[in-house]
Design a protein around this ligand. Structure first.
Ligand code: GYE
Length: 323
């Protein structure tokens, strides 16, 4: 009888131990299984905008909000993004979020995601594919409109302008739209002259390098049209190093309106900054929640944006913006 009781007890112990060992049955992993798994392929960490964007996604797609986020930083390389998406497919994520480096070249990998039945949400820049069913929806900025806004400010200067144009990564929507805006302005203003145009890859280091080289060559100019704030910071460093006063000796027009840049408007170094809103995290979260409910989000959503000059800015306004 004693032996029987012992055997029964042992059997019970085994069953409960086995139960604990079975994957998915302990509280922690059950909880994890209920989280929505999102693979986010991010362009890189090239700018203040990008860092604010990553933080916004991490904050919105947190475990407390019901998500598990796998973040992949592609260091501004499309090949790395393609590899990341393939990894997400292999891991069986529920959703893929893609902030694309460039517009072209996504057909193959997105067809693979589609075949695996994984919805793809595009954020920030656009992609250009023949078949729009390769992605579920897109949310981001109207970059051409941003360029047009900058040109409108330049028109208010009512002066002949020798323009230095620092471009972003060639082939990215942010570069394409902002460049198109400037080109449209140049086409109707014969008194404007483009004296230099090159890509600074959206980075501070490259912006500085390009402007230093220009100053060394003795190129004269009145205005820098910088396709993002970080290149403008680099340009400002180069100008100051050469003993010039940004804002006085030459004007700077920039994009993103990150808080550092807005402070530079207050101190007069940057003249005008067109906002590009990086806070896409809550928007992506709302899209996923809609999809989870079986609803269909709009295919394309443009976010509201504004632009800043010195008159409209205060410290309090800058502090309230969150990036
Ligand atoms: O302007 C720039 C960043 O795609 C809107 O990318 C984004 C751009 C942004 O690196 O700072």
């Amino acid at each position: 009888m004693k032996k029987l009781l012992l055997a029964a007890l042992l059997a019970l112990l085994c069953v409960s131990l086995a139960g604990c060992a079975r994957p998915g049955t302990d509280p922690a992993s059950t909880q994890d299984q209920r989280l929505i798994l999102v693979g986010f392929s991010q362009v890189g960490a090239e700018s203040d905008w990008r860092k604010a964007n990553t933080l916004s996604m991490q904050t919105a797609l947190s475990a407390e909000n019901g998500f598990r986020l796998i973040l992949d930083d592609a260091q501004q390389k499309q090949e790395k993004q393609i590899t990341a998406i393939r990894n997400f497919i292999n891991q069986g994520v529920d959703y893929i979020v893609l902030a694309p480096t460039t517009e072209q070249g996504w057909e193959t990998v997105l067809s693979e995601a589609k075949a695996a039945g994984i919805p793809v949400i595009i954020v920030d820049r656009m992609i250009e594919v023949a078949d729009n069913s390769l992605f579920t929806c897109w949310i981001g900025s109207d970059f051409r409109k941003e360029g047009d806004e900058a040109v409108k400010w330049m028109e208010r200067e009512k002066a002949p302008l020798r323009i230095v144009h620092l471009q972003g990564n060639i082939g990215s929507s942010a570069q394409i739209g902002r460049t198109e805006g400037l080109d449209a302005g140049l086409a109707v203003h014969p008194e404007w002259q483009l004296v230099f145009r090159a890509s600074g890859d959206f980075t501070q280091a490259k912006g500085q390098e390009l402007v230093e080289a220009l100053l060394n060559e003795g190129t004269a100019f009145d205005l820098i049209y910088s396709e993002n704030d970080n290149m403008a910071y680099g340009a400002i460093d180069a100008l100051k190093k050469a003993g010039l006063q940004p804002g006085e000796d030459m004007k700077i027009v920039s994009f993103d309106a990150s808080s550092t840049a807005l402070h530079m408007i207050l101190n007069g170094e940057i003249s005008y900054d067109v906002e590009c809103n990086p806070l896409h995290g809550p928007r992506v979260r709302a899209i996923i929640e809609q999809l989870e409910q079986g609803e269909t989000p709009p295919k394309f959503t443009y976010v509201e944006e504004t632009a800043f000059d010195r008159e409209m800015l205060t410290e309090a306004l800058i502090d309230s913006r969150g990036y």
